[in-house]
Design a binder for this molecule. Structure first.
Ligand code: PLP
Length: 387
């Protein structure tokens, strides 16, 4: 019997020493055993003990843990989630390549596809990937190199059917699974080629590590590495060590934060000032059945619309005391942001509308505080009163 992922989070990514905490190797360079050895390392794929941009033993332990949790042959870490996303696109595309992407993507990914990629001759068709068949319908055989989706999407938490993405043949299929974490769902088990995470979020989980990571079949990871070694967005061993430490407690943090998120989503649904709540774990979520079939946890993000538009959304944020106004997610502190003026501020009004990001939308990252304390702060802020 395979161990539970809860156990794998604790047992994976270890070297064979007796140390329970994994060692930090800050070295950028290793001595070789002479010219032949140096030559063989310089010409190998992902050589150990050569030069830090090629590989690092501490980073490799983090990569091993992610690969095990995703059920993948291999993983490759980056200096950030965007380092991972941009390296994957530029490794798999050439001038003239076409990308099919979800229209509800992380703001940085959207801006990267619309800016630098377009300038380099890589064009993107954005589709509402939550509509069955929309992704496959936009694929141009022989031209589309990558299909890229995010599920659950950020900030509106719509879902994409992973079986549908996995069934697309021809282009490489890539799923940004940051919001779910490796414990929330397993895109590779649905036939998807590559899973991407910003480990800066839930995996690291303490707001103290900037890391990205991808996982998939060995050959594909090596192909991405062959580009990434020149792109240079390599993970710092210090941050990879923090991210690996985060993995040890990811199962309990995720269970607690998801349970609080579900509880708060239900309470928000009942509140007279709230016009809509977006959370895949709610029976009212339009894709709740998909959430039940492909997700093990429904995640730590909850988004909702308030009545009264931007003014009242801003008022709510300004009245909060425990919940902090900040972007990012997955850490111990509960955070709130106003996507239209922060994480997604670069989008045109049309793009905001098609992504479902209204002026009255607020996104909350649920932390580890007691749910009653978060609710006391939130309900007071919603009622327009200050403590
Ligand atoms: C944060 C985020 C990214 C980018 O990650 P960084 O570590 O900030 O570079 C990509 N995708 C999603 C879904 C994210 O939330």
């Amino acid at each position: 019997m395979d161990p539970s992922p809860d156990t794998t989070a604790v047992t994976s990514g270890r070297d064979d020493s007796r140390s329970l905490a994994q060692p930090l190797w800050p070295s950028t360079v290793w001595a070789s055993d002479g010219l032949d050895d140096a030559n063989s390392r310089a010409t190998s794929v992902r050589p150990g003990e050569f030069y830090g941009r090629y590989a690092n033993p501490t980073v490799a332990m983090f990569e091993d843990a992610v690969a095990r949790l995703e059920g993948a042959e291999a993983a490759l870490a980056f200096s950030s989630g965007m380092g991972a996303v941009s390296s994957v696109i530029l490794a798999l595309c050439s001038a003239g390549s076409h990308v099919v992407a979800h229209d509800n993507l992380y703001g940085g990914t959207l801006a990267f596809l619309e800016g630098p990629c377009a300038r380099l001759g890589i064009t993107t068709t954005f589709v509402d990937a939550s509509v069955p068949g929309a992704l496959a319908g936009a694929v141009r055989p022989g031209v589309t190199a990558v299909v890229l989706v995010e599920t659950p999407s950020n900030p509106c938490l719509s879902l994409v059917d992973l079986d549908e993405v996995g069934a697309i043949k021809g282009p490489f299929t890539v799923v940004d699974s940051t919001v779910a974490t490796p414990l929330g769902q397993q895109p590779l088990a649905h036939g998807v080629d590559l899973v991407v995470h910003s480990a800066t979020k839930g995996i690291g989980g303490h707001n103290d590590a900037m890391v990205g990571v991808i996982a998939g079949e060995q050959d594909l990871i090596e192909a991405v590495w062959s580009y990434a070694v020149y792109h240079g967005a390599v993970a710092s061993p210090h941050d990879a060590l923090n991210a690996l430490r985060g993995i040890r407690t990811l199962p309990v943090r995720l269970a607690r934060q998801s349970a609080t998120a579900a509880d708060l989503a239900r309470r928000l649904e009942e509140h007279s000032q709230v016009t809509a709540v977006h959370y895949p774990g709610l029976a009212s979520h339009p894709q709740h059945h998909l959430a039940l079939s492909q997700m093990r946890h429904h995640g730590t993000l909850v988004s909702f619309d308030v009545s009264g538009g931007r003014r009242s959304a801003c008022q709510v944020m300004e009245s909060l005391e425990l919940v902090l106004p900040a972007t990012s997610f997955g850490g111990p502190e509960t955070l709130m942001c106003h996507p239209a003026t922060s994480t997604h501020v670069g989008l045109s009004p049309d793009a905001l509308a098609s992504a479902g990001i209204s002026d009255s939308l607020l996104r909350m990252s649920i932390g580890l505080e007691h749910p009653d304390d978060i609710w006391a702060d939130l309900s007071r802020a919603l009622s327009g009163s200050r403590a």
